[in-house]
Design a protein. Structure first.
Length: 397
């Protein structure tokens, strides 16, 4: 019995030793030590508050990441992910320009770490604040009608914040106003944008204000007559024609309202030959613009034209027949000869350009007659109407 127990103890000891040998084999051979590369591990800067206090920022901006080698037993490596690796570093004595970050690692896993590059170089820039001029751009078909643009609180500059190199790129701050279809003064909120010398928006900076209210005043327009100003030695009775009789002026409302006509430069009509044209500049009052700098004056030929036309009774218009006189009682001549004389410069006056009429309110009580009169839109120097009288028959009592 005793020998039997001794044999069991030997077996147990041999089994224990075998188990230890197997465990050591597994540990040494089955779970070997290996190295694994983890890429793009985020890096945390631990003294960001110090950077903020010194108005420093990493620029150009970039994602701070690094690559790290992890060495350990295979069983442990299998358990590790990127989230288990905390890489950090501090920028000692941060200054504007290049700075070094010495990287460190914190982890709860039983492994060893080795950086591919234990030192990271970053560039710091000073965050600065500079005032830049505001420029307002005008778009739309009515941009030439702008009189004045007044920005809120009369501001003409705005502060730009950001890395020094970016702020230096900003040449001005622009806002755009669209005046297309605008006929009256108006107010509008305009968006402000920082731009470089080429007009491209600079990203990565901030403005003190992103928009501003603007009040836009438009110019007033008015059409006024043109007055020919004669020189002191010019004859005044010379017949002439101007290429245009009116001109449109544009300017501030109070100035435009005070102008009733535009005069030409002094002209001596006596020096212009008959039938010849001459350009004469207009006198532009201060504070306005006009749509024509000069007009053309032509001295008309003074030759008269004679013309003769024959009218019949039906051509004579009867006006103001308030007493309803029977037309058969109105003895209008069957044929009426009309002779006219007018200036050649007028052009051609036709028969239809002269209207004959009688006004029954003007019947003479003495002989019960009424004069034949005429109307024309043309200036006629002389006219002869023969016969020029109409007899009205008296009604029988």
């Amino acid at each position: 019995m005793i020998n039997k127990l001794k044999n069991n103890s030997k077996i147990k000891i041999i089994s224990l030793l075998s188990a230890i040998v197997v465990w050591m084999y597994v540990m040494a051979i089955v779970d070997p030590e290996e190295t694994k590369l983890f890429e793009n591990i985020p890096v945390t800067i631990t003294n960001k508050n110090e950077l903020n206090e010194k108005d420093l920022i990493i620029y150009p901006e970039k994602d701070l990441t690094t690559n790290i080698y992890v060495t350990g037993k295979l069983s442990n490596l299998k358990k590790i992910t990127k989230d288990d690796i905390d890489v950090y570093g501090q920028i000692d004595n941060p200054i504007e320009g290049s700075n070094e970050i010495y990287l460190k690692v914190s982890t709860s896993q039983r492994v060893n770490y080795d950086f591919k590059n234990p030192v990271m170089i970053v560039t710091l820039e000073k965050i600065i604040n500079e005032e830049k001029n505001i420029k307002v751009d005008i778009t739309g078909s009515g941009k030439n009608n702008i009189d004045n643009i007044l920005l809120e609180d009369n501001i003409d500059k705005v502060s730009v914040f950001g890395p020094r190199s970016l702020v230096n790129e900003v040449k001005r701050v622009v806002g755009t106003i669209d005046v297309n279809g605008k006929l009256n003064d108006f107010s509008q909120s305009i968006k402000l944008e920082p731009v470089d010398a080429n007009g491209k928006v600079v990203e990565g900076v901030e403005l003190e204000i992103n928009s501003v209210n603007a009040h836009i005043t438009l110019l007033t327009q008015k059409t006024v007559p043109i007055t020919l100003k004669l020189s002191d030695n010019s004859e005044s009775d010379i017949n002439y024609t101007m290429s245009q009789n009116t001109v449109t002026i544009k300017g501030k409302k109070d100035i435009v309202d005070s102008i009733n006509n535009i005069e030409t430069q002094p002209v001596n009509l006596s020096e212009i030959l008959s039938g010849i044209s001459k350009d004469v500049y207009l006198q532009v009052p201060s504070g306005v613009t006009i749509d024509a700098k000069y007009i053309t004056i032509k001295r008309n030929s003074e030759d008269d034209i004679l013309a003769e036309y024959t009218y019949i009774a039906q051509d004579v218009e009867i006006r103001n027949n308030t007493e309803n006189i029977d037309k058969s009682k109105i003895n209008i001549p069957k044929n009426i000869k009309v002779s006219i004389e007018y200036l050649q410069s007028i052009g051609s006056i036709n028969k239809d350009d002269i209207k004959l009429y009688i006004d029954l309110n003007e019947v003479s009580l003495k002989d019960n007659t009424c004069k034949i009169k005429y109307e024309s839109t043309y200036e006629i120097k002389k006219i002869s109407i023969d016969p020029d009288t109409v007899t009205i028959e008296k009604s029988e009592v």
